[in-house]
Design a protein. Structure first.
Length: 160
């Protein structure tokens, strides 16, 4: 399958969410910048996918990453990041969002499970109230220690 077929816009993402709900299947959602893909991301994605019947990833746009991470980020464009993530077997759908948080996207898609890494607590997960309001839940998965995009970027900068 061509990975670019997994990259969808908001309209189709909403229809996918409705389809999962209508058929009683569990759509899992996670989000992030995924600027430099590393083993910690891969571990999170596999753990998230095992929690349901499909995994949708909300990907921060370039403008969103720049606002959140500062100048010089992202390292890779959202187009490139989306294609790399869509190539991953654990991910069924990738949706780019421009806001600083995925709250509007979560409300639009209505996944049954929202997954974040162990550096979060359920209370700090954006969209928790929305998901729990219609019977969904938040899952926190352990992080794979020793990996972060920021530390990788810092290491590369020191190589100059």
């Amino acid at each position: 399958m061509n990975p670019s077929r997994k990259i969808t816009g908001w309209d189709l993402a909403g229809k996918i969410g409705k389809y999962f709900s209508y058929t009683g299947r569990k759509l899992v959602f996670t989000n992030g910048c995924f600027d430099i893909l590393h083993p910690g991301h891969i571990d999170l994605l596999y753990r998230a996918r095992r929690l349901g019947d499909g995994l949708m990833l909300g990907l921060n746009s370039d403008d969103s990453v720049k606002r959140l991470k500062g100048e010089g980020r992202p390292v890779m464009s959202h187009t490139d990041r989306a294609l790399m993530l869509a190539s991953h077997e654990a991910i069924d759908y990738v949706v780019i969002f421009d806001e600083d948080t995925p709250e509007k996207l979560i409300a639009h898609v209505r996944p049954m499970i929202v997954v974040k890494g162990g550096d979060y607590t359920p209370e700090t997960v954006v969209g928790r109230e929305i998901v729990e309001g219609y019977g969904g839940r938040v899952e926190i998965v352990p992080i794979l220690e020793g990996y972060s995009t920021s530390s990788i970027v810092d290491k590369i900068k020191k190589m100059d």
